[in-house]
Each structure stands twice: as structure tokens, then as C-alpha cells.
Design a binder for this molecule. Structure first.
Ligand SMILES: [Zn+2]
Length: 354
């Protein structure tokens, strides 16, 4: 099996719902000169070998010498240009924004995902402490805005780690985001991932926290349908799709970049009449993607897919919040971190792709 075939296999294995949702996560394979990275806008679970974007490692490395503009929009635009320049094929997709980070690691295989089991720790008040105690080999990165800033910060931290321990960190935990696992063989990736997932699962079990989200029973079909009709009537857009699930304790704030992309930072709780929706929009600048009302939770979007992903991420956020109770409770993103994602071009690109 070639390396590219192996990374496809790893992508499919770690592209399932326990590890990522929506278009989240990314993977890569490399040799000395080339790194093959998952493109934005594809899902891990459906990726094929030909989808991977081949990039020149040396050219991608020149990003490290850039003095970046202070303005975040200009900064990301510049990075985008460097990334497009480093592409080896003319017509492959747009490389993941985390491509420079994949390139920084010398390990052959890199798998980055956002498992709820892991985010129960990375999104918890006491996450860093727990990570240090449970995974002494891992590198913990405090929250940084995704994209270029994140890649450069992680690069510095990796170099520090290497200077101290004479090897790369096999596990990198990103605060309020997820995990990077890297190794030279798929077997090692599996061992590392298996260990992370099982050690954390044991922690939850020890304090009696379930790793499943309990979702309430849906009321009868008539009640669901009239609630959906009511929501549609009160949304100013003509064409919206609504997905419904039973009740669960919805997250009260922004949990991670992906949660913001798919569910928005805040969920509406209450009767979604026109006035209340208007108030919500005045306060937050957008209409809700998720509504908790009358013992149901609704995902709302301009397509079926967006509506169901909004709901799926609300459930994921609820599970992460539940798990975070094991480590001091959930810690939401700060206003400035939240605003960065809300205004971020690269992420909105991904959201358009879906
Ligand atoms: Zn990520």
C-alpha cells in the first residue's frame, strides 16, 4: 500500500462522527519534499487519493519567514497566496488552512480531528492540567485564532518541545479545538489515538459522566410539524430548511471554531416569534441557526444539509459541555476569539462548500 493509500484509509477511519463532524478535521501524508494535505470543503470520510493537494514543502516553509500584516484579513489573504503558490498541481482543491502546521511536523502521517471525547478536556476549565497529568508526551497549546496565527504559534511550541526532548510531540492538544496525532506509521497513529480516547473515556466513567448525550423523546408528528411551520413563518427568508430533534441542554456559548461555523455562537432559547427573532438578531447580528423551544431543538439552514449540520453541532456542543463537567466545566471562547471566527473568510469558504 502506498503512503497516499494509507492516509486515505486513516482519513476514512478518523472521519466518522466520533472524531469529526461536518467538513472538520484534516489529514496529511508526506515524504521529504512533498506534503499531501486534505483540501478545504471535502469531508475526511469521503476523501479519495486524488483529492489530496500536493504541496511543495520548501515553498510552504517560506511562510515561516514572513512578517505578517497585523490586520487579520490581510494576514489570511497573504497566507492564502503563499499556500496557492506552494501547490504542485494546478487543479487540485484549496489546501486546508492548517497545511503549514502539517508541514512543520516531520512525521509521515498527521491526523487532526475534533472528537467530543477529547474536546470534553480541551474545552474544560481544567483541560491543560488534566492533559499534562494524563498525557506527559503531549504538547498543549492555549487557544489561538485558527489559520496562520495558530500554525506559527504551534510551530514555535513544537521547536521548543524538540529542543527539550529531542523529538516531536506525537500528540498536540489545541485548547477549545481538538487534537493532532502524528507518527511515521498508521499503526502508531492508531495506538496513540486509541490511548487518548480510552484514557479520557476512563476519566469520564470514573466520575459517572456518560459519553453519550441523552436526547429527549420527540413529541408527536403534528406538534413537530406545527412548530416547524411556525419557525418558517417567522423567518424572513422564503426558503429555509428545518431539522428537529428531541430536547437536550443546549450549549450557552461558543465552544470551538467549528461549533461557531455550523451552529453560530449562540443558540436561541424560547418562542421564536418575529419580535423575539428580531431582538436576537439585534443582539448577535444574525438569525439563529439553532432554536431550543418547547422540548425540541431545531437546526435551521438555507439547505437541508446546513440545517442538519447545525443541529448535529449543537448536539456535539452539548456532549462536549457534558463531558467538560469532569474537568471543572465548560470554558467558552472569549468575545475576541469568537469574533475572529465570525469574520473569518477561510471558514466562511468552508461553510459555503457544504
Ligand atoms: Zn481543526
Amino acid at each position: 500500500m502506498t503512503g497516499l493509500e494509507q492516509i486515505v484509509e486513516l482519513s476514512h477511519k478518523y472521519g466518522v462522527a466520533d472524531y469529526v463532524k461536518g467538513g472538520g478535521g484534516n489529514t496529511s501524508f508526506k515524504d521529504k519534499n512533498t506534503v499531501w494535505v486534505k483540501p478545504s470543503g471535502t469531508t475526511l470520510v469521503s476523501i479519495k487519493a486524488k483529492d489530496f493537494v500536493a504541496m511543495d514543502r520548501a515553498k510552504l516553509g517560506t511562510l515561516n519567514d514572513v512578517i505578517p500584516p497585523a490586520d487579520p484579513i490581510e494576514r489570511e489573504a497573504l497566507v492564502k497566496e503563499y499556500m496557492l503558490n506552494a501547490k504542485l498541481g494546478p487543479d487540485s482543491g484549496r489546501p486546508s488552512v492548517e497545511a503549514p502546521l502539517h508541514n512543520t511536523l516531520d512525521a509521515v502521517f498527521v491526523v487532526h480531528t475534533h472528537p467530543a471525547i477529547v474536546n470534553g478536556m480541551t474545552c474544560a476549565v481544567g483541560g491543560a492540567k488534566v492533559a499534562a497529568a494524563l498525557f506527559p508526551e503531549a504538547l498543549w497549546i492555549d487557544y489561538v485564532d485558527p489559520g496562520y496565527t495558530l500554525c506559527m504559534k504551534v510551530r514555535d511550541r513544537i521547536n521548543n518541545y524538540k529542543a527539550k526532548r529531542s523529538k516531536e510531540p506525537p500528540i498536540i492538544f489545541l485548547d477549545n479545538h481538538g487534537v493532532f496525532i502524528s507518527a511515521d506509521t498508521p499503526q502508531e497513529i492508531d495506538e496513540l489515538f486509541g490511548n487518548v480516547m480510552s484514557l479520557l473515556s476512563e476519566q469520564y466513567k470514573a466520575v459517572g459522566i456518560s459519553t453519550e448525550l441523552k436526547i429527549g423523546r420527540l413529541p408527536d408528528k403534528n406538534k413537530q410539524e406545527s412548530a416547524i411551520a411556525f419557525i418558517k413563518e417567522n423567518y424572513p427568508q422564503d426558503e429555509i430548511s428545518v431539522h428537529v430533534s428531541g430536547n437536550f441542554p443546549e450549549p450557552k456559548g461558543p465552544i470551538s471554531p467549528d461549533h461557531i461555523v455550523y451552529t453560530k455562537s449562540y443558540i436561541f432559547n424560547g418562542t421564536p416569534d418575529r419580535e423575539a427573532l428580531k431582538d436576537f438578531r439585534r443582539k448577535h447580528g444574525y438569525l439563529p441557526n439553532v432554536i431550543a423551544w418547547d422540548n425540541m431543538v431545531f437546526g435551521i439552514g438555507t439547505t437541508q444539509k446546513k440545517a442538519s449540520l447545525a443541529l448535529e453541532f449543537a448536539q456535539d456542543g452539548a456532549l462536549v459541555s457534558q463531558l467538560a463537567e469532569a474537568f471543572g466545566g465548560i470554558e467558552y471562547l472569549t468575545d475576541s476569539s469568537r469574533e475572529f471566527i465570525e469574520n473569518w473568510e477561510a471558514e466562511s469558504y468552508r461553510s459555503k462548500q457544504l
